[in-house]
Design a protein around this ligand. Structure first.
Ligand SMILES: [Fe+2]
Ligand SMILES: [Fe+2]
Length: 143
């Protein structure tokens, strides 16, 4: 399926909306229960994090790494974002395997928040710049 850069930007924005308005919001609102009832909380939140990772985060990271990052190959921002993807995976794993408590979950939420904002501002504007290069659009097909 052929997609142009505007479609790619739209997908980026849509995925981020889901992530911020559903998953991160839910984690932010429920994390207070950790303090009073760690065992019960983990019973629900660990399967939730697994679904979040498998159904939303990993497909989203894959989309960015395979479709978006190659368009901006060589840009230092791409290395930075790739490192942050790895840090997100590490933190998810750390929390799930009980190697860290609520601090790890909070660190994960802060990282995701910063990461998504950075992509919405810097990555999107770099993609918009690409669309302005008309010869790029004329001579390239992104699949
Ligand atoms: Fe990302
Ligand atoms: Fe993203």
């Amino acid at each position: 399926m052929k997609k142009d850069i505007n479609k790619i930007i739209n997908q980026l924005v849509e995925d981020h909306k889901w992530l911020e308005k559903t998953a991160m919001k839910y984690l932010e609102e429920t994390k207070v229960y950790y303090v009073d009832n760690k065992v019960e909380y983990e019973k629900y939140i660990i399967p939730f994090l697994r679904i979040l990772e498998e159904e939303l985060l990993m497909p989203h990271f894959k989309f960015e790494e395979e479709t978006i990052f190659p368009l901006l190959h060589g840009d230092p921002l791409i290395d930075e974002l790739g490192d942050e993807h790895r840090d997100v995976k590490d933190l998810l794993n750390k929390f799930r395997t009980s190697q860290g408590g609520i601090e790890v979950l909070e660190e994960l939420l802060h990282l995701l928040d910063r990461h998504v904002k950075k992509e919405d501002e810097k990555l999107s504007s770099k993609l918009h710049e690409l669309t302005k290069k008309s010869d790029f659009l004329q001579n390239n097909t992104i699949s």
